[in-house]
Design a protein. Structure first.
Lengths: 403, 312
């Protein structure tokens, strides 16, 4: 009896080991209570399922193990430790908030495994904490840094004014949430739009509804008095509808009304307040018409989860897994040095409407996407206005006066 | 639990805490660090509560300590060790000054002012952008203390916890205990017994604030950054409070029990229910506080005669 048990135990160990050898483990860390993390992790799982259905990578199945970072530095650090030492993952993917990412960085550096980061735009802290090459070479940052985003907006508005001469912008007002995200948006706006004196810039902060605020009267009064051609608010999805409601109540209708939250409320398009509101983002369902990769992602996501992706973090995370899989195929291993070299040669035609490659940014060596898009809510759907090569509609201008 | 059993339990707990890095991996050590950080904060909250004063200012003093530590390193080149001590001294000093203003207040007035102070500290840090980095925060570019070694970081947090436990025990075993308990029970009779109420309250407020600042310093040295959102997070007020209430107030052991239990449950739930664990966690806290308002310690120390085992 004892011998039989021993044999079974050895067999179980052998089978477990053989199974482990047949799997490439990806450790995914997101803030799962947030829509960006919920849909980002779901999209990453979709990519894993698709890759496995197509035969896997190097004859092995991919396995995604997701841990919630709760948006906190200490929980994020514990997530890295768990995935690295208990699950023994080969690579990492995920991320959104810069504060949580900062908690992961010391542990990422300790394990030196490849990280495909889908968030964390705060260059003043995250990029600085990563440090220059070679200490940060394991880190591939897919999402644009805050200064990348600012530069792409400046480029986009210049291009739009050239193409549509009826759109003329002289005065820009930025209403920004008082946290790190809003403040970095304000700093970037001042430098990129106000630097050459071409535009007159003003701005004021507000407390986001997400963080217990929700009264925008002061900031909207300041904006209305400034009479901007372009009004931008940088906050969170919870601010979208209350800001519009209060703008309507105050009859504040600038030439362009633009929101720049990381994600929009799921039913925002169905709101009567949504038409012609512009936004910054990376992806919209309208891109399914002219981008086969986007159409495939959208169709499979809806089929699997019975809901539409409402944030660009979903196709971003989906792309991250495909880029990792392609890199591992090319490298023939998950060993960091070889995989980093393979990933440096990445050319991935993403659902986001651009081919992703990695180039150096201000500090790190591997920066992926550097451009955001300018979009507009039209008939309940986000339409791409710029870049023109990905455009799905012409802009509706000006933002209509409130009735 | 009799006194001998308590001592044996405390000794075993202490030995386990000190030797954990010799047999646990980096993940359990990281979880233990998180738990010990909140445990130490819960103990300091309880220490002041023993005087009857309910503070909601933990996050404010933790954040002040965190910024004192990181700015002393980044702006003044102070070594990591000194920056942690400086954080404690700075937070204690701030508490000493504001203590003169707010320790005349009682009950909810004191609680609301401590809550507001935390928010004021956060707003000040936000707006001193050139010095503090503003909302984007500050990073220690040379990295975290001890090169990020899990064992050393664990012992660093354990040292912070040891300071909190030692101070709490001192409060329990010395005449401070009688003074604070008398103030909590009836200020008029305490005063008529010759107790200098303001002096004892100020001592408790300064000591607990200094330890909260010390823990803030340890936090930033462990992660290498500080942002207002991270170090002034309401979690640093609400979780210690829930832990102390769950374990049982007016003691050192209550917050320890509560922190271990809530910390482990939180981590376990996160792994078992990745989507939605926070809802379950919240429900557990509400249910326990509703049905066991005197905490778990009440169960352990309950006698056949119905005494609830609270410290006098």
């Amino acid at each position: 009896m004892k011998r039989g048990m021993f044999a079974l135990a050895v067999l179980a160990l052998f089978v477990g080991s053989a199974y482990a050898q047949g799997t490439i483990k990806i450790g995914g860390i997101w803030t799962l209570a947030d829509i960006t993390g919920k849909q980002g992790s779901a999209a990453a799982q979709l990519a894993v399922d698709e890759i496995n259905a197509a035969g896997g990578v190097l004859g092995k199945k991919l396995e995604l193990i997701v841990v919630d970072d709760e948006g906190k530095a200490d929980k994020a650090a514990a997530a890295v430790e768990k995935l690295a030492t208990v699950d023994k993952v080969d690579v990492f993917v995920g991320g959104m908030a810069s504060g949580a990412e900062l908690g992961k960085i010391p542990a990422f550096k300790k394990y030196n495994k490849v990280v495909m980061a889908t968030g964390a735009a705060g260059s003043a802290t995250v990029e600085k904490a990563l440090g220059p090459s070679p200490e940060s070479d394991f880190y591939f940052h897919l999402h644009p840094w805050d200064y990348n985003q600012g530069a792409s907006y400046a480029e986009g508005w210049n291009a739009i004014q050239q193409k549509y001469p009826n759109i003329q912008i002289k005065k820009i007002f930025l209403a920004y949430e008082e946290g790190a995200f809003g403040k970095s948006s304000w700093d970037a706006t001042k430098v990129l739009f106000g630097g050459d004196k071409r535009y007159t810039i003003d701005g004021a902060s507000f407390k986001s509804a997400l963080l217990g605020g929700g009264d925008y009267t002061a900031v909207l009064e300041a904006a209305k008095a400034f009479k901007p051609d372009l009004f931008i608010w940088a906050g969170y999805d919870a601010d979208a509808l209350p800001l519009l409601e209060q703008s309507k109540a105050m009859k504040f209708s600038p030439g362009i009304y633009l929101g720049a939250p990381p994600g929009w409320p799921i039913d925002f398009g169905a709101s009567k307040l949504s038409p012609n509101v512009m936004l910054y983002g990376m992806w919209s369902t309208a891109m399914n018409n002219n981008n086969p990769s986007s159409a495939k992602f959208f169709k499979n996501y809806v089929a699997k989860y019975k809901e539409e992706p409402a944030t660009y973090f979903a196709p971003l995370a989906y792309s991250a897994v495909y880029i990792l899989a392609d890199g591992i195929k090319a490298a023939g291993t998950t060993e960091t040095t070889a995989l980093v070299k393979a990933l440096e040669a990445t050319k991935y035609a993403s659902p986001l409407g651009e081919t992703i490659t990695f180039k150096p940014s201000n500090i790190i060596k591997h920066q992926g996407i550097t451009r955001q898009k300018i979009l507009q809510w039209q008939n309940g759907e986000q339409q791409v206005i710029w870049p023109f090569e990905a455009a799905t509609a012409a802009p509706v201008y000006p933002f209509p006066a409130w009735k | 639990m009799n006194r001998t059993a308590s001592r044996i339990f405390a000794l075993l707990f202490g030995v386990l805490a000190v030797t954990l890095p010799f047999f646990a991996g980096d993940y359990p050590l990281q979880v233990a660090r998180n738990i010990m950080m909140y445990m130490a904060l819960a103990i300091t909250w309880d220490m002041l509560l023993r005087s009857g004063q309910i503070s909601f200012g933990i996050a404010g003093l933790f954040g002040i300590g965190a910024y004192a530590a990181i700015l002393s390193v980044v702006r003044a080149g102070m070594p990591a060790w000194f920056s942690i001590l400086f954080a404690a001294i700075f937070a204690g000093g701030v508490a000493f000054v504001i203590g003169f203003l707010i320790l005349r207040l009682r009950a909810m007035y004191f609680s609301i002012v401590t809550l507001a102070l935390g928010e004021i500290f956060r707003i000040i840090i936000h707006n001193l952008h050139d010095f503090t980095g503003g909302p984007e925060g500050v990073v220690i570019q040379k990295g975290v203390v001890f090169g990020g070694k899990a064992n050393s970081l664990y012992w660093l947090v354990l040292a912070g916890l040891a300071v909190a436990v030692a101070a709490s025990t001192w409060f329990e075993k010395s005449k401070i205990h009688f003074a604070l308990t008398a103030i909590r029970n009836n200020e008029v009779s305490a005063k008529s017994s010759g107790i200098d109420i303001f002096r004892w309250l100020l001592l408790a407020f300064v000591v607990t604030s200094a330890i909260q600042g010390l823990l803030g310093g340890i936090f930033v040295q462990s992660y290498g950054f500080a942002t207002p959102d991270a170090v002034f997070s309401a979690d640093f007020t609400l979780l210690p409070l829930a832990m102390a209430l769950l374990g049982g107030v007016y003691s050192t052991t209550g917050p320890i029990f509560g922190a271990v239990l809530l910390g482990l449950v939180s981590e376990w739930l996160k792994l078992k229910i990745p989507y939605g664990h926070l809802v379950v966690y919240g429900i557990i806290i509400v249910v326990v506080i509703l049905f066991m308002p005197q905490g778990l310690r009440q169960l352990v120390r309950r006698t056949p005669h119905g005494a609830d085992g609270r410290s006098a």
